[in-house]
Design a protein around this ligand. Sequence first.
Ligand code: 3NM
Length: 222
Amino acid sequence: MARIASEAMREQLEVYFIMGSVNCAKPPAEILAEAIAGGITLFQFREKGSGALVGEQKYELAKQLQHICQEHGIPFIVNDDVELALALDADGVHIGQEDGDARIVREKIGDKILGVSAHNLQEALAAVAAGADYIGVGPIYPTKSKEDAKKAQGPGIIRLLRRHGIAIPLVAIGGITAGNVGEVIAAGADGVSVISAIASAPSPAVAARQLAQAVHLSKKGA
Ligand code: 3NM
């Protein structure tokens, strides 16, 4: 297996759905299946926050969600937990700045997809040097889905990273809705990642479809 090509990565980042059991008011498997029906392009299992599952229960949920992704050809990324990603032979790992050294994660996961969260230019440059396949930049807008989220930076942070030569695939995160997708794509993001816009929507399928349409429209206009 070779590292993912950056054009393929950019497409997979278009509608990147992230969730774990704490984000779901109904069974996570149901929400994921609906989100896939609506057109998400990538999924991240992020079992974090108060009340998050651990141990066997976390493993079983991950396995169930991975199976749904596999049935529909949606790559399955694991947040933070490299051992879980390797045990499941997941498609990739996403790590935050607190989750350890990206270079060490790259060594452990070989050619699997590596995503790294960055909040400023220095972190983004370090992520590129460590071998990230994409960078998650946020929070762009205020979010209630991450307990220790930093201050919202607005889409200007994406423009700043692009202006300073960060050319690898970038996905925007934090408070993204179909209504503000246009601004982040125009600023230079390849896609959007969301928790609540899909997981808390009355219809995850409709929400995913609206996000996908907004991304496609914005990319055409770009
Ligand atoms: N990471 P919502 S913000 C998981 O800034 C996560 O790195 C962030 O959830 C970062 O779409 C965030 O509900 C939460 O705002 C995104």
